[in-house]
Write a protein that binds this ligand. Structure first.
Ligand code: ZN
Length: 423
């Protein structure tokens, strides 16, 4: 595949390396295999000229593009960071990922190794924007991992181009960081934001071309524990307290019309997702999502009250609920730094794309960084159907993401050199 652009070539190379993270593991990184890609990235970053590229024992890759500004101007331009994650979702296999490059002609895409897996035009109306262009898909047996190896390939390709321009295009110091375990919500624990050293940053971990994420759900997670008493059924008379009996009532606490599968856009949801247990003890795990912080508090209270009611119906059982907040809406932070969002908006528009700003029904590493003191909106990668065998990414969208990253750098540099944008 000689004729595909560098960014796609890079992406396919990274996609083939398995890097699935694991919720079961307590380690950082959660899986050793993520190191293989991290080491490859360090090698490639050094090859393109980023001499300080390194990976630490937590599998985080750091690298610097030095500023090429004259000394007296250097301090006027803040350090901009770019970050993406190297792990892929545990939701689908990462074994033998075999990306396919196809010329898209407007048909449904039947994947070669499992013809029951079909990327349908009807389910993916955006496909029509890419007729006559090339698209990368899976072979139908794995996910693709464009989430977020597309982001990795796009950032490194932009860095490569920036260095090749040399002093022809002025820019401040740029920091790159590639981190593990985002998909299991722990990547932010691995990173050292001081070492990253950016004044503000952008994750490149979004979806459709033109997308900019500056708001996300407030999130909470928790579990409801039901304690009973188990004894041999033959001698259970008057003794056994079956914790499973309360489950139907507990499930009813989660409104069907406020579920992930029945809500969209700004609508909040309750999502019970796992039950474990037996007669003696059963636990139900759930997550709550709400764009409004006080709305999330109400959801938590609603479940607390519901559990109390169920408890009163089952005095023999002991029912408890434990909920904790996991992340907040980054808009709260980004609203304080409108120029950071404005630079990204202008960069996407300068690339010639339609800006798509939709609050995301999830969180990113950038959400966490924003609350850790590093404001970090999220830029598109160009990919679709993340975490699925039907994942795909148009090559043109990857090229546009590279261009957008470069435009962020140029626009920010120009802006900080010309004016005091913080006012
Ligand atoms: Zn991602």
């Amino acid at each position: 595949m000689k004729d595909i652009p560098k960014v796609a070539e890079r992406f396919i190379r990274y996609a083939k390396i398995p890097t699935q993270s694991s919720e079961q593991s307590k380690k950082i990184p959660s899986t050793e295999k993520q190191f293989k890609l991290a080491h490859l990235l360090v090698k490639e970053l050094i090859e393109i000229g980023l001499k300080d590229a390194q990976v630490d024992d937590k599998c985080v890759v750091y690298a610097t593009i030095p500023s090429n500004l004259p000394k007296d101007l250097g301090s006027k331009v803040p350090v901009i960071g770019f970050n993406s994650h190297i792990d892929t979702s545990p939701s689908e296999s990462d074994e033998n990922i075999n990306p396919q490059v196809i010329e898209y002609q407007g048909e449904d895409i039947i994947l070669p190794k499992d013809n029951t897996v079909i990327i349908k035009q009807k389910e993916n109306p955006q496909l029509s924007d890419y007729i006559g262009t090339r698209i990368i898909t899976t072979d139908g047996t794995t996910l693709l991992g464009a989430d977020d190896k597309a982001g990795v390939a796009e950032i490194i390709t932009a860095a490569d181009e920036l260095i090749k321009f040399g002093s022809k295009k002025l820019h401040g110091k740029i920091k790159l960081m590639f981190s593990p375990d985002e998909e299991i919500g722990r990547g932010y624990k691995a990173v050292d934001l001081k070492k990253f050293g950016a004044d503000f940053a952008y994750t490149v971990d979004g979806g459709e071309m033109g997308g900019l994420d500056i708001a996300n759900f407030n999130a909470a997670e928790g579990s409801i524990e039901i304690k009973g008493y188990n004894v041999h059924p033959g001698t259970a008379y008057g003794l056994m307290k079956n914790s499973l009996r309360a489950i139907p009532e507990i499930i009813k606490l989660f409104p069907k019309e406020m579920a992930p599968e029945t809500t969209k856009d700004l609508e909040p949801y309750y999502h019970p997702f796992m039950i474990k247990g037996n007669v003696g003890n059963v636990s139900l795990h759930f997550i709550l999502r709400n764009f409004d912080a006080s709305g999330l508090d109400e959801q938590i209270k609603f479940l607390d009250n519901g559990v109390k009611e169920v408890q009163s119906k089952f005095p023999d059982l002991k029912i408890s609920i434990n909920t904790k907040k996991s992340y907040k809406n980054m808009k709260e932070i980004l609203d304080k730094y409108p120029y950071i969002v404005d630079i990204a908006r202008k960069a996407i528009q300068k690339t010639g794309l339609k800006l798509i700003e939709k609050p995301i029904r999830g969180g990113t590493d950038g959400t966490r960084y924003s609350f850790m003191g590093l404001p970090t909106p999220n830029i598109f990668t160009g990919g679709f159907n993340f975490h699925s065998k039907k994942e795909f990414i148009p090559i043109i969208a990857m090229e546009k993401a590279v261009e957008t990253i470069l435009n962020v750098i140029y626009i920010a540099t120009k802006r900080f050199l010309e004016e005091d944008v913080k006012n």
